[in-house]
Design a protein around this ligand. Structure first.
Ligand SMILES: NC(=O)c1ccc[n+]([C@@H]2O[C@H](COP(=O)([O-])OP(=O)(O)OC[C@H]3O[C@@H](n4cnc5c(N)ncnc54)[C@H](OP(=O)(O)O)[C@@H]3O)[C@@H](O)[C@H]2O)c1
Length: 247
């Protein structure tokens, strides 16, 4: 991939260990990196899914984000519509994770009030390690029991909706501090409102989508956060941007 920012290294081709270094989470602290792919005109989905927007370089950096993380974090709707079934590492991923001192398989943590995550969701039943369901008091007790019976670990944080600050603290308390958030827009909006986003990994895909799709973040209140461009790569007409939240 061609590095185009920062300018002192612009023009270099980055691959292998150097690319891995760029996407390695900072050590010794909780770090929440949010991944999105967007069309050039800002659409977050095509036909209801992110996959048609993705390109090979986007998939490569998304894979790096998950390979180098302690835990994947997603909203219930994304888990369902994208058919998440947990991480199933191949040999390359296992080797990479062992080199970085990570567990062989990162769990997936799904945020839900209980409405949109049935107990037979593939993200629970298809996972190699127990999925963490991050929920709140509003989730009916029988739904919580069904998640547990299906093999998930249920973490309750908050009353009517999930208290994301407490939920992230609960992950960190389990040693899951390198957090790879893979969407979607409502979860991203709520994480931004809560001031929990450290990094945005944004892919700009070479397509105009038009249509009714929303943006990468959705929340009732506008809560602007300034960003610092940490790196920009270009490959196959795709822009791969890493922004750090300025707090
Ligand atoms: N382009 C991309 O990179 C990308 C990435 C991911 C998703 N997407 C697309 O985004 C679309 C889905 O969008 P979305 O915004 O609806 O997805 P989402 O953020 O994954 O899911 C929203 C759901 O997450 C739960 N949730 C989020 N914040 C919560 C909180 N604070 N407390 C409790 N529950 C919370 C709720 O689930 P319950 O209803 O169960 O309570 C809510 O309905 C899909 O079309 C998907 O393909 C695109």
């Amino acid at each position: 991939m061609h590095l185009i920012w920062p300018p002192d290294h612009a023009g270099r081709v980055i691959e292998g260990a150097e690319l891995e270094d760029l996407y390695t989470y900072p050590a010794g602290r909780t770090w929440l990196a949010v991944n999105f792919v967007s069309s050039a005109d800002g659409a977050v989905e095509l036909g209801g899914q992110a996959r048609p927007l993705s390109t090979p370089p986007d998939r490569e950096v998304l894979q790096l984000g998950s390979d180098l993380a302690d835990v994947l974090l997603i909203g219930a709707t994304t888990a369902m519509v994208e058919g998440f079934h947990g991480v199933h590492p191949d040999r390359r991923t296992r080797e990479r994770r062992r080199r970085h001192g990570l567990a062989d398989v990162p769990p997936t943590a799904v945020v839900t009030t209980g409405h949109g995550l049935p107990a037979d969701a593939p993200v629970i039943t298809g996972a190699q390690v127990p999925t963490l369901v991050l929920t709140c008091e509003a989730a009916p007790v029988d739904v919580r029991r069904a998640w547990t019976a299906a093999g998930a670990e249920v973490i309750v944080a908050g009353e009517g909706s999930v208290d994301l600050t407490a939920a992230v603290a609960a992950l960190a308390g389990r040693g899951l501090r390198r957090i790879d958030c893979e969407g979607g827009p409502h979860l991203f909006g709520a994480l931004t409102e809560a001031g929990l986003v450290d990094e945005l990994r944004l892919t700009l895909s070479p397509v105009l989508a038009a249509g009714p799709a929303g943006r990468i973040a959705a929340s009732p209140l506008a809560t602007p956060v300034d960003l610092h461009l940490a790196s920009a790569l270009a490959e196959a007409d795709t822009l791969l941007l890493r922004y750090l939240a300025q707090r």
